[in-house]
Ligand binder design. Structure first.
Ligand code: SF4
Length: 214
């Protein structure tokens, strides 16, 4: 099967899978750019389940970007302590608040990437989840899924991985697709042992085909 055909089938299958399987998190219930950007800072290198209660407390304590700009760093660091990197993250959050207090969260990739703790992933996630732009997201979980399906050995920072993610992303349903690939990577195509018996894509997955032939 051609790569284009595999891409189209996976895209369709994942969107169907998403209908019954998306996880629910507080930051998925909002389209407020401030709340979404805060979530992306807290989610970096940290499991979503661990982040959710901390995220709720941060938003409750600092409900606006102005409140965040005026936060006491020690208090904020204490709230997010259990996520790790609390000093760096709290400093980044306060700097973001102070930088954007008068302008709000920009719908602009370059401006987002100028912010501390905001790389390509966090910028694209903010543009997609807050502003509805069809932007791909690639982290370790996402690239693992693509590597298994396509038989590649890409890293999540590789330009090729981002190009592939752009090709797979549906332009008209990017938010749902991006949420779905995150959840699929966390629950089905899991890090150590993928749960292939529950997967809709065994028929065209490079990894599954190779272990089936062993
Ligand atoms: S068949 Fe297995 S390895 Fe392939 S995408 Fe599905 S869960 Fe991942």
């Amino acid at each position: 099967m051609s790569q284009q055909k595999v891409i189209e089938e996976f895209r369709l299958g994942l969107l169907q899978w998403a209908e019954d399987n998306l996880r629910s998190f507080a930051w998925r219930e909002t389209s407020d750019p401030y709340e979404i950007l805060v979530a992306e800072i807290l989610l970096q290198k940290t499991a979503a389940e661990k982040v959710e209660p901390i995220y709720n407390e941060v938003i409750e304590t600092y409900p606006t970007i102005t409140a965040l700009a005026e936060a006491d760093q020690n208090e904020l660091a204490e709230i997010i302590y259990s996520l790790g990197f609390q000093n760096q993250r709290s400093q980044a959050l306060i700097t973001i608040g102070q930088t954007l207090r008068d302008t709000g969260i920009p719908a602009d990739e370059a401006q987002l990437r100028d912010l501390p703790y905001v790389g390509q992933y966090a910028a694209n996630a903010t543009l997609c989840f807050a502003y509805g732009e069809p932007r791909p997201i690639v982290d370790e979980n996402v690239v693992r899924v693509y590597n298994r399906i396509f038989g590649t050995e890409l890293g999540y920072r590789d330009e090729e991985a981002w190009t592939l993610a752009s090709l797979v992303l549906p332009q008209d349903d990017s938010r749902r697709f991006n949420l779905a690939i995150l959840d699929f990577g966390a629950t089905i195509c899991a890090p150590k042992v993928p749960n292939c018996n529950s997967c809709f894509f065994t028929h065209s997955c490079n990894y599954y085909q190779s272990i089936s032939q062993e």
